[in-house]
Design a protein around this ligand. Structure first.
Ligand code: PQQ
Length: 568
């Protein structure tokens, strides 16, 4: 049984990985050092596991490891239980999706959660399912929202105080972002927190508090379909007992329809709380603080990227997040107050920087134009903006190293031509009001893994990759940084220099999230391979450039054999 203590100590308990993020602070750091810079060249495959069938694409899962088992989710809302010793399948669960699901960005799932004797995972028809971890039998199942209205769910759930806490997806369909907390045992709803101003939360079945202030930052009824999907799930800072969720783009993309196209004296076009980070009370669902990365958002710069609690070199409790908009933010962990923001990509054109209050210094001429100002009203002025709407960084998680004190950030150097068009809301239909073409900013690379000193924002080193990076990163006390590439390589770098020390060709592009653990005195590393996610669907010319490999669905497990650990 996975206890609250095991969840709280997941980072230091090296024989298990029971949380998404290798700890609910999502540091993705392992204190294991058996495998290290001196012996990583001896890392060899132990076993591999195919997800089987025809559903070979978009494998974004992070494996969970507990009690001799590995649990992975697969694309198309599948979950597999695998024997950790042999790599043999023990059971599998297929959610059997209905026709007409509407995930915006591929049929992905990013992982499950473990608590007591159950596994929890989300499905593309916007459900949360609790399974018996031993048998795979359904214990309870509940609907998060209506998939016919464009809702889906791709994130890993988060377990806090006996609650299973979920986000939602659907920002491209004019849904309303929400965080929900259910009793993990029974599935009963405890609270809900819609994240767009004007909507009511609930607590124990009763209406609780309104989110924000009705119409304070949205014109007319636009808040009713305001987007802000909480589609990456959240983190938990135990030191302040705070859930931290990011919120996606406001809907529609066309900012001129949301009073966000022009600066206003009272910031009434900010469209709270889209493109923000929210600190939420796990007991009541109340918002404790908010920090909006992109007020007046107009480029699809979702604010969902993971927020990582950490201690800086002076012992301050901080939160770090690398936003789609290209800036790496440090916030105060107590109240989400702005501390600093520095660019983590080379070319940012939509803003000249971030001011001392954390607000962007907008470059107004790089905001896509208002179609209603054009001669026929059909298309606004086309502008070039960087980063592209897929972001300086997308969902693929960065890692913090307790060894170096640096963050390791998977980033992409690309921009886009973007324009606006008229659009009206229609249930279950795309609600963008924008068009775009992504362009690489450099000939020789789009992907760029950077080691970033959070105290200064300085880039310690950069590892360049031809294709856009789309996999999670993991650090270890052995001085290693693991990640994968769309070209199929699973790579270990030196955390101090960025030098490539080891790599393995996995056969398909990697968009998964690596983990490591200890078993019978030996260190193991796993990652899933299977190209997919938003790049092949939305990347246009860039996507063609990276179609090197076949689709896939293979979990690879590597180990450092005992007899090779001492060999250099
Ligand atoms: O607004 C949303 O609801 C939403 C959801 C998702 C998702 O759930 O996967 C993505 C996005 N937006 C998105 O903007 C995006 O770039 C994206 C990339 C991916 C992916 O898995 O590669 N998902 C999503």
């Amino acid at each position: 049984q996975v206890s609250d203590e095991m969840i709280a100590d997941d980072q230091s308990m090296t024989e298990q990985v029971v949380t998404n993020g290798m700890g609910r602070d999502l540091q993705r750091y392992s204190p294991l050092e058996m495998l290290n810079r001196d012996n990583v060249q001896n890392l060899v495959p132990a076993w591999a596991f195919s997800l089987g069938g025809e559903k070979q694409r978009g494998q974004e899962t992070q494996p969970l490891i507990y009690d001799g088992m590995m649990y992975i989710t697969g694309s198309y809302s599948r979950l597999y239980a695998i024997d950790l010793e042999t790599g043999a399948e023990v059971w599998q669960y297929d959610a059997r999706l209905p026709e007409g699901i509407l995930p915006c960005c591929d049929v992905v799932n990013r992982g499950a959660a473990l608590y007591n004797d159950k596994l929890y995972f989300g499905t593309l028809d916007a459900r949360i399912v609790a399974l018996d971890a031993k048998t795979g039998d359904v214990v309870w199942r509940d609907q998060i929202a209506d998939y016919k209205a464009g809702y889906s769910y791709t994130a890993a759930p988060l377990i806090v105080d006996g609650l299973v806490v979920t986000g939602n997806s659907g920002g491209e369909f004019g849904i309303v972002g929400e965080v929900q907390a259910r009793d993990a045992e029974t599935g009963e709803m405890v609270w809900t927190r819609p994240v767009i101003e004007g909507h009511m939360g609930t607590l124990n079945g009763e209406e609780s508090t309104m989110t924000g202030e009705l119409n304070a930052t949205w014109p007319g009824d636009m808040w009713k379909t305001g987007g802000g999907a909480t589609w990456l799930g959240g983190s938990y800072d135990a030191r302040t007992d705070t859930l931290i969720f990011g919120t996606g783009n406001p809907a529609p993309w066309n900012s001129h329809l949301r009073n966000a196209g022009q600066p206003t004296e009272d910031n009434s076009g900010d469209n709270l709380y889209a493109a923000s980070r929210l600190g939420i009370d796990p007991e009541t669902g109340d918002i404790k603080w908010h920090f909006q990365t992109t007020p007046r958002e107009g480029w699809d710069y979702d604010g969902v990227n993971e927020v990582v609690p950490y201690e800086d070199r002076e012992g301050n409790m901080r939160l770090a997040t690398a936003d789609r908009n290209g800036f790496f933010y440090v916030l105060n962990a107590e109240d989400g107050a702005f501390v600093s923001a520095e660019p983590f990509v080379k070319d940012i054109t939509w803003a000249d920087g971030i001011d001392e209050n954390g607000r962007p210094i907008f470059n107004e001429e790089n905001r896509p134009g208002d179609p209603s100002a054009s001669a026929d009203g059909a298309k606004g002025e086309v502008v070039f903006s960087s980063p592209s709407f897929l972001g300086g960084k997308n969902w693929m998680p960065m890692a913090f190293s307790k060894r170096t004190g640096n963050f390791y950030v998977p980033s992409n150097e690309w921009g886009m031509d973007i324009w606006n068009e008229p659009i009206t809301y229609k249930k279950g239909a795309a609600y963008l009001g924008s068009g775009f073409t992504i362009k690489p900013n450099y000939e020789d690379h789009i992907g760029s893994l950077k080691a970033i000193d959070p105290d200064t924002g300085e880039w310690v080193w950069e590892y360049k990759n031809d294709a856009p990076l789309w996999s999670g990163v993991m650090t270890t006390a052995g001085g290693l940084v693991f990640f994968g590439t769309p070209e199929g390589k699973f790579i270990a770098l030196d955390d101090e220099t960025g030098e490539e020390l080891w790599s393995f060709q996995t056969g398909s592009g990697i968009v998964g999230q690596p983990v490591t653990w200890e078993q019978d005195g030996e260190q193991y590393v796993s990652v899933i391979s299977g190209w997919g996610g938003a790049v092949p669907l939305w990347g246009g010319e860039v996507a063609k450039k990276v179609n090197y490999l076949n689709q896939g669905g293979m979990l690879w497990t590597f180990k450092l054999p005992r007899e090779l650990a001492a060999l250099e």
